[in-house]
Design a protein around this ligand. Structure first.
Ligand SMILES: Cc1ncc(COP(=O)(O)O)c(C=O)c1O
Length: 390
């Protein structure tokens, strides 16, 4: 069989997820009895809060086990609209919302709904691994906007402006950012909004880490800025904020026309998000103040600890995370590329990190500190010893 002609022509262009590959290798070594410190994961290390699990149990007992409306149950859409109005500073209602199987699917259907063949999507690098691949799956064209470490990996507005052509359709924003841990101030976002207002671009603003922000920094939703709400799709999720990665509940908030079109994709693919998880998500939004404080404080302590320990490694240059649970490190002084560095670190010192090549940059590693204090100390010590040897 000549598979080249059989398989959809988009797919050979699409790469497998490098983060998932490395995480599974670390898990495999662990299963084989190796004492691996896993700094590669992309999810909070604690369980979903009990009050959320209870809501799902109750829903199961009551037999809430059938298809729901494809874009989500009305109670959840109502709760999301309330959250957006109260916490994110812009108004929306249920017709602006689609609840999806994780933020990932919300991003995919947004891109699929907007992109015509070969229309361009600007993705600032370093970026979350799935954006370029999803753009390709949707038939669009990826345009990378490289960010500079000297500019704290933030978008340079004049470089952004220079990249826009008549074929450019979407700019993807992600803050707090995976993998850099960097976020934007309201003033910095205003500069980007100015460009968006004067252009035909849409913005896909991925804010899934909004609740994991340190040092009393505040999160500003892009859609809350003046004159851009009708051009913005806000993506969010319960995965990181409520430690619910496996429940697969995310959502998009978008202009009604985009919601109408994107919901057709849901109708004919997943049908609806998981029924029990939707009930649990309603509970999460009803009762979250203590929980938000808990995750923020817990991750800030972990951030402080890993940052302090890795500062003891002169060969690393750290980018201090303002949010998320990732620490991005410059490893260029070792003269190893990021893939070599990460494989050696895993095989020789049993520490799993993610090489930055999957994020569109070489010369860095992403260290996830979503793990316990003991692992942070052990992993940091091993990295220190590893660096002393190379
Ligand atoms: C920036 C970013 N967006 C979206 C997602 C996907 O989130 P979900 O689990 O809700 O699909 C992730 C997960 O790692 C992420 O890091």
């Amino acid at each position: 069989m000549k598979w080249g002609k059989v398989i959809n022509r988009c797919l050979p262009l699409v790469n497998k997820s490098p983060t998932l590959t490395l995480t599974s290798l670390a898990k495999k070594l662990k299963r084989e009895g190796k004492d691996v410190v896993n700094f590669a994961g992309g999810e909070p290390d604690f369980d979903t809060p009990e009050f959320i699990k209870e809501a799902a149990k109750e829903a199961l007992k009551e037999g809430f086990t059938k298809y729901t409306p494809s874009t989500g149950i009305p109670q959840l859409k109502k709760a999301i609209a309330k959250k957006i109005n109260e916490e994110n500073g812009f108004s929306c209602n249920e017709e602006n919302i689609i609840v999806t199987a994780g933020a990932k699917f919300a991003i995919f259907i947004s891109l699929f709904a907007l992109l015509n063949p070969q229309e361009e999507v600007i993705i600032p690098s370093p970026y979350w691994v799935s954006y370029p691949e999803m753009v390709k799956l949707a038939g669009g064209k990826v345009k990378i906007l490289p960010a500079q470490e000297e500019e704290n990996f933030k978008i340079n507005p004049s470089k952004l402006k220079a990249l826009i052509t008549s074929k450019t359709k979407i700019l993807i924003l992600n803050y707090p950012n995976n993998p850099t841990g960097i976020t934007y101030t309201k003033e910095e976002l205003e500069e980007i909004a100015q460009i968006i207002r004067d252009s035909p671009l849409f913005v896909l603003s991925d804010e899934v880490y909004e609740k994991i922000l340190f040092d009393n920094l505040a999160h500003t939703s892009f859609a809350s800025l003046e004159g851009v709400r009708e051009k913005t799709i806000t993506i969010n999720s319960f995965s990181k904020s409520f430690s619910m990665t496996g429940w697969r509940i995310g959502f998009m908030v978008a202009p009604k026309k985009i919601v109408e079109e994107a919901s057709k994709i849901v109708d004919h693919t997943t049908s609806c998000p998981n029924s029990l998880a939707q009930v649990a998500a309603v509970k999460a939004l009803e009762n979250n103040r203590d929980w938000y404080n808990f995750i923020k404080d817990t991750f800030q302590k972990k951030r402080d600890l890993i940052y302090e320990k890795l500062l003891e490694c002169p060969k690393l240059k750290l980018i201090k995370p303002q949010g998320t649970f990732y620490l991005f490190c410059n490893i260029k002084s070792t003269h190893l590329n990021s893939l070599e560095f990460s494989s050696k670190l895993l095989t020789q010192s049993l520490v799993a990190v993610i090489p930055s090549t999957g994020f569109g940059e070489d010369g860095y590693i992403r260290v996830s500190f979503a793990t316990n204090e003991e692992n942070i100390l052990k992993g940091a010590q091993r990295i220190k010893e590893f660096l002393a040897k190379i």
